[in-house]
Write a protein that binds this ligand. Sequence first.
Ligand SMILES: C[S@@+](CC[C@H](N)C(=O)[O-])C[C@H]1O[C@@H](n2cnc3c(N)ncnc32)[C@H](O)[C@@H]1O
Length: 268
Amino acid sequence: MQRDWGKVIEFSGLPHVDRSVFIPETVWVVRDGGFVALSRRDEPEAWDRLVMSDEPITTQLKDGALPTSSSSGPSVMAEMINALCLNAGMRVLEIGTGTGYNAACLAALGAEVVSVEIDPAAADQARHALSAAGHPDVLVITGDGEIGAPSHGPFDRVVATAAAHTVPHAWIEQTKKDGLIVVPWAATFHPTGPLAVLTVRGDGTAEGRFTVPARFMPLYGQRLPQTVLHETEERWAAAGKPEPSRYGVTVNPDGQHIWLDSPDNPIA
Ligand SMILES: C[S@@+](CC[C@H](N)C(=O)[O-])C[C@H]1O[C@@H](n2cnc3c(N)ncnc32)[C@H](O)[C@@H]1O
């Protein structure tokens, strides 16, 4: 396959940002049921095809089997960015910088971006890529995003690009009243790990509904055993397989509950 080197690949719903600047020379792909390295130098066409595709790309692997960082699939990124209802000049906190590609897309839309990444090597690579792509103004903080970025708030928007089963209260405290928090949910009530879109009310609470499926790797501190997915599938099937959009979540300083159809019908 011929690559047009002068052309930035456009993904529907995303601004013009060249994904290839953010993808490391070696990534990880599944072949014959296991992860193998795909190197740009050895297989340039396969690397290009992957970068131009709508697939998530594993960029870091632990113990040869556990993906710990990735570039999310572009159409899921577009869904999340769309859910953020951004205006230029908004301050956005991203949790999970990863490659920096999503942060660059947010910046290209005019947001002031602060992004927190727990893995120091990923954070360093993202800083370099963001500078190379013309977005040195994106602030990448190395640290645990569950505490947010207390000295850089308040934010108009918070977007997590790693899945949570519990919304850290710091995210609500650091978001302005009527601001939005967009977070992919771990598969604790719906097997597709749908996206939650919460509105912050300004009284320490946030509430919203789930939208589309968006499977993400978990936040480091919120990993769940594999058995949870199986249990969730069974419970969800027994409930008649409701669509993600029938569920919602209310979060307050004392905890959170997931509900079906209305906040007065909690299920967890
Ligand atoms: C799916 S990747 C993020 C994709 C990224 N936004 C991009 O555009 O490439 C998830 C990232 O979240 C990071 N992460 C996981 N737990 C975290 C935490 N508690 N705080 C900050 N980053 C975290 C991982 O190290 C990983 O790089």
